[in-house]
Design a protein around this ligand. Sequence first.
Ligand code: PMP
Ligand code: GLN
Length: 456
Amino acid sequence: MYRTCLSSITKVTNRLTSISINTEPSLRKMSNQSIADKFQLPKRWQGSTQSVWNEYTQLFLKYQPLSLAHGFTDSPVPKYITQQLAIATQNADHMLNQYARDFGHPRLVNVLSSLYSKLINRTIDPDTEVLITAGAYEALYASIHSHIDEGDEVIIIEPAFDSYEPVVKMCGGVVRYIPLRLKNPASDIITSADYVLDDAELEAVFNDKTKIIVINTPNNPCGKVFSREELTKIANLCKKYNVICVMDEVYEWMVYDDNEHVRICSLPGMWERTITIGSAGKALAVTGWKTGWALGPPNLISHLHLVHQNCVASIPTPLQEAIATVFEVELKRLDSPECYFNVLRLELQVKRDFMINVLKKSGMQPIIPQGGYFIIADWSALEDKVDLSQEPDAQKDYKFTKWMIKNIGLQAIPPTAFFNAANKSLMENCVRFCFVRKEENLHKAADILKKWTGKM
Ligand code: PMP
Ligand code: GLN
């Protein structure tokens, strides 16, 4: 899975070795400063550390556990999707192998504008209101960079995807955190709907300096799908304090039971102040294609254009063509069970239910996610079955997940990676499992947990 990643690490290491060997004494004399002294991490990046994704990829490579960690499928993607990429590169229109229009390949911005115009019941202009990005990561990066200055405030609802905070800080912005809290922690069955914001606490994080609130629905890692009522409350505060919403909706198609994915941009008066972010990687289970988008009013999207044009400039044309072709097909059958979004959702709901059952039987307390493809589970009841004394990490969930990798061969993600220091205690006894996995691998995970806990 990580072979490409490993070979690039080796190449970088080789290059670093050759740099130090070739440094001639005459060149070294030119300055008394060492490379290490002069080339420190710029101040705006200081304080950032290796992400949990990189750390846990290294652990995967080293220990080869069964991975229910990173958020991507281990199943083959339907051929009709992957074939579109081959077709795009070999198309009679050979220009599909050249640079795309910077702000998005016309065929892709057209189909996305048709799709989202239908979903939010408003006409979206493909030329000025859609930007194609290098995954949702770049859409988030460009949204924050193009609106945040020194001292501007950004509200982040925790648990929050770990890239939001460093980007805000890099822009000189100030983060105001507000955590989702469990309203009934002692209850037998807890769902992600039980994670709620306190109304007074929410209003207290808004002020005149607030420029952005970042909302992730469905939420990674807890699976919360914000209700219309909750989003309306947030929308009213955004209007009151003149704030824009950066909506991370990468899991928009993965919503279970009778939950509804509500797009805040469709609420009255909110299109003007919302940037909606999506990901083809998540929607079509092709995370390696790293293609996403930002939708919003021209005055906001044109700001993102400036960041994008001087960063990646354009996104690979064949990928955009292939994604556009697939979306054209899906748009026509959006309400049919054959639509890939519906197929994936139903498959995932079965896997979610299977894993909930496995985790409960093992003695953990899973929080049933309304959306996304992760489950948060509390492992406090199994504390006497682990020895965390060997792991040096400060956070208990890091110790626990490393213990699992090394002792039972199962990998999951420590959810405190999604919190700032003040709120980490909210999930220190929890672990995040990813269930977008082959059935056989979920069964293997069940066997591992059974063997370890002696339960089930
Ligand atoms: N937001 C969230 C909540 C995510 O989980 C991820 C990663 N899957 C991203 C953004 C980044 O998505 P992409 O792979 O499209 O860059
Ligand atoms: N978003 C993915 C997850 O939550 C991981 C992203 C990454 O690997 N950089 O698992």
